[in-house]
Design a protein around this ligand. Structure first.
Ligand code: NAD
Ligand code: UDP
Ligand code: UDP
Length: 312
């Protein structure tokens, strides 16, 4: 049994990770500044004696004692991370620095939640970890993309210079229940619009693609990665199934029996055109491969939003 810190624990992915860690018998401390996360995501753990939730911003130093650190704190949706881009950069860089300082002092193992955004608008398809990416350093997405890239750099420099035991995973688009209904990400946007009978908005021509992984499968990859020895990554964690936004919209319409119309608006600046993980390394080193299809994962996600909307 380990003592585990999860930063961003009240968020979408973080809350599922806390659930899994508690199920595995660990003691969990979640910290969160509640910018995009909420206590509701962790209601099920509230009275668990092995669980503790602390309000804290990782831009500030943190003193506590743990064996493992999962560093997830950072808004993940473009709408949220662009709301205050300077804060996003600080969270990514100063946050990672503080968590690395903590890991160094404690001799703790630290896992960084990086992102497929480090590949930018990729010119290599699908993306292997060896691809250095095609990132605009001065665009609207840079606070996130470059912030995550520097967090990876810090991880590797603390590893080389101070022998910190680091792990880096590059997460591709992940979805499931507990996504924020207003966070602007495509799956939540499409489902909420379809359920409300409102128009589904496609940015650009809708031919851009993404690969979507169901949240519990991502969490499984994170847990496996944390238990590896002599492996820092970076390793891609995502589901290689690739869909255009039009295909996704059609699937959501069919599964929700919705007659919402599709409308097209301007493309988002620097919106990556294609994205699909090469997961050869994850298969080899983590013995991990997602099996939940998009349709199978959309079902519980649609149910979640349906209940949420009915309650509201
Ligand atoms: P989320 O927005 O639901 O969760 C992020 C959590 O971090 C929230 O609870 C938020 O309140 C908290 N947070 C933000 N800034 C903080 C700060 N300065 N101090 C403390 N807490 C802070 O997003 P998510 O989808 O759960 O993403 C979790 C992590 O996974 C993020 O680091 C994100 O970059 C990464 N990731 C997610 C995806 C995805 O598709 N969901 C893809 C790639 C990478
Ligand atoms: N830090 C922290 N908790 C700790 C140890 C360090 O938050 O238990 C922070 C510390 O405040 C510093 C950062 O981590 O801002 C990097 O720490 P490190 O020891 O690597 O560098 P230094 O303190 O020498 O700048
Ligand atoms: N998108 C869309 N309509 C929406 C929200 C997003 O067409 O209501 C598109 C967006 O332009 C992008 C893709 O869906 O091409 C995925 O967007 P998301 O914000 O979910 O994730 P990211 O761009 O970070 O992969």
């Amino acid at each position: 049994m380990k003592k585990v810190l999860v930063t961003g624990g009240a968020g979408f992915v973080g809350s599922f990770l806390c659930d899994r860690l508690i199920d595995e018998g660990h003691e969990v401390i979640a910290i969160d500044n509640f910018f995009t996360g909420s206590k509701t995501n962790l209601r099920q753990l509230e009275s668990n004696p092995n669980f503790e939730l602390i309000r804290h911003d990782i831009v500030e130093p943190l003193l506590l004692e743990v064996d493992w650190i999962f560093n997830l704190a950072c808004p993940a949706s473009p709408v949220h991370y662009q709301y205050n881009p300077i804060k996003t950069a600080k969270t990514n860089v100063m946050g990672a620095l503080n968590m690395l300082g903590l890991a160094k002092r404690l001799n703790a193992r630290i896992l960084q939640a990086s992102t497929s955004e480090v590949y930018g608008d990729p010119q290599v398809h699908p993306q292997p970890e060896s691809y250095f990416g095609n990132v605009n350093p001065v665009g609207l997405r840079s606070c996130y993309d470059e912030g995550k890239r520097l967090a990876e750099t810090l991880m590797m420099d603390y590893h080389r210079q101070s022998q910190v035991d680091v792990k880096i995973i590059r997460i591709f688009n992940t979805y499931g229940p507990r996504m924020h209904p207003d966070d602007g990400r495509v799956i939540s946007n499409f489902i909420v619009a379809a359920l409300k009978g409102e128009a589904i908005t496609i940015h650009g021509d809708g031919l851009q693609s993404r690969s979507f992984c169901y949240v519990t499968e991502l969490v499984d990859a994170m847990y496996r990665m944390m238990q590896t020895e002599d492996f820092t990554g970076p390793v891609n964690t995502g589901n290689p199934g690739e869909f255009t936004m039009i295909e996704l919209a059609e699937k959501v319409l069919k599964m929700t029996n919705s007659s919402s119309k599709l409308i097209k608006t301007a493309a988002r600046p620097d919106d990556p055109g294609r994205r699909r993980p090469d997961i050869t390394l994850a298969k080899e080193r983590l013995n991990w491969e997602p099996v939940i299809t998009l349709e199978e994962g959309l079902r519980p996600t649609i149910e979640y939003f349906d209940e949420l909307l009915k309650r509201a």
